[in-house]
Write a protein that binds this ligand. Structure first.
Ligand code: HEM
Length: 407
């Protein structure tokens, strides 16, 4: 590998070269090196499974600090992002995460199973009605993949379902803030306005919930604030927004991507449909590996770090490709094939690894398993007609804008 080759691949990353066909771009990068370090641009792109896992678990990396940029620090957006656990390390991360985790137990998860099933059935009824009026076809993104995770997280947080439309808009703004590609200036103004609206909405709600607790995670988070270890008002609302956003954009993309993947791999779909109760668990793991709804994340080294023999200097930004790790042939034979029975599917890094391992992984797995089981039982012969496919322009999240499905 020459320095020029490394620089060219890294430059392509910022230009969104990987958008059209992420696996092909990531294979090209990995073939040069699973740890592609370009000293001139001061960046490293990690695409190998071993390197990505090691970097995420290393004690010699830190997350980004939004509030560290003085130009950005005084914005509404920065005030909203800064207290999110995603952007904290060490003791302050442990504190924020353990308070949120306390409100997010396996029991809460199990209690939501029935609700998720009921909601899925209601949405499937609605989709069937829409299809009946539309030549048998429906947009599975708008009718199913988006509303299901929104309704689930809104219910679990104990928010009002009447505000679901607003939450969807806000989540889109936070997604642009965290990983938007070529976001135009007028959009930033809207994002900033939405950040302000979110802060004021959640602040009022938190006051109300402390005075009049209701069932749901948000009341539990507000109560945690009143315990020995307290969440401040800003921390409470930032982490509630994080749960709201992390809890649905990602899962929506997994659901719609799964319907497309199962259509494209009919033998795999038949394997799953033959015994969904026994097979859906591993199938969801393989779909997570195959799709990587969160394509990547970022870290900074805090000390010299050696990965796969490459020595990286301190304070180096690391572009960590979860999608690259999940399609690495060194970890997965025939990595670009969907194999729902793949034995090591569960070793995927779609939920990251280390201290920031996805807090909602159990919920996402549950939603996907319930959704796929019920969808396939209800519409066993569904088809995806020929159509141009387009993905939302985001570095972090990969999701279909629409997916016409014939039920
Ligand atoms: C398919 C669905 C999902 C995927 C692929 C996904 C993926 C991820 C990934 C990759 C991270 C780590 C990010 C990083 O280290 O930079 C993460 C963190 C997180 N996720 Fe998820 N997620 C999903 C669903 C959910 C759900 C349903 C929730 C909650 C309701 C959730 C809540 C969180 C939270 C709170 C964090 C931050 C954890 C921390 O910083 O300690 N996620 N997720």
């Amino acid at each position: 590998m020459t320095p020029a080759q490394a620089a060219a691949v890294l430059q392509g990353y910022w230009q969104g070269e990987h958008f059209a066909d992420p696996p092909a771009y990531l294979d090209r990068a990995r073939a040069l090196s699973p740890v592609l370090y370009d000293p001139t641009s001061g960046l490293a792109l990690l695409t190998g499974h071993a390197a990505v896992g090691a970097a995420l678990k290393s004690g010699q990396v830190r997350t980004s600090k939004y509030a560290a940029d003085p130009a950005f620090a005084s914005s509404e957006a920065a005030r909203l992002l800064a207290p999110m656990m995603l952007f904290h390390d060490g003791a302050s991360h442990t504190r924020l995460r353990s308070l949120a985790q306390r409100a997010f137990t396996p029991r809460v998860l199990e209690e939501s199973r029935e609700f998720i099933a009921g909601l899925t059935d209601t949405l499937l009824d609605g989709a069937a009605r829409q299809a009946a009026q539309n030549g048998g076809e429906v947009d599975a993104v708008a009718a199913l993949a988006v509303p299901l995770p929104v309704a689930v997280i809104v219910e679990m947080l104990g928010l009002s379902g009447d505000d679901a439309g607003r939450f969807k808009t806000w989540a889109g703004s936070v997604a642009d803030l965290i990983g938007g590609l070529n976001v135009p200036p007028e959009r930033w103004a809207q994002v900033e306005a939405d950040a302000g609206a979110m802060r004021s909405y959640f602040r009022t709600l938190a006051d109300d919930l402390r005075a009049h607790p209701r069932p749901g995670l948000l009341s539990a988070l507000a109560a945690a604030e009143d315990g020995g270890e307290r969440l401040s008002g800003d921390e409470l609302l930032a982490n509630a927004v994080l749960l709201l956003v992390a809890g649905h954009e990602t899962t929506s993309n997994l659901l719609s991507g799964s319907l497309l993947a199962l259509h494209e791999w009919p033998e795999e779909r038949a394997w799953l449909a033959a015994d969904p109760a026994a097979r859906v668990g591993n199938a969801v793991e393989e779909l997570l590996r195959f799709l990587s709804p969160v394509q990547g994340t970022a870290r900074f080294t805090t000390a010299p770090l050696t990965l796969e023999g490459v020595v990286l200097p301190p304070e180096l930004p690391l572009l960590i490709s979860l999608a690259g790790a999940n399609r690495d042939s060194a970890a997965y034979p025939d990595p670009h094939a969907l194999r729902l029975s793949r034995e090591n599917a569960r070793t995927h890094l779609a939920f990251a690894a280390g201290p920031h391992y996805c807090l909602g992984a159990g919920l996402a797995r549950l939603e996907a398993a319930v959704f796929l089981t019920r969808f396939l039982a209800r519409f066993p012969g569904y088809r995806v007609p020929e159509q141009p496919l387009s993905y939302l322009p985001n570095f972090t999240l990969r999701g279909l804008r629409a997916l016409r499905v014939a039920l």
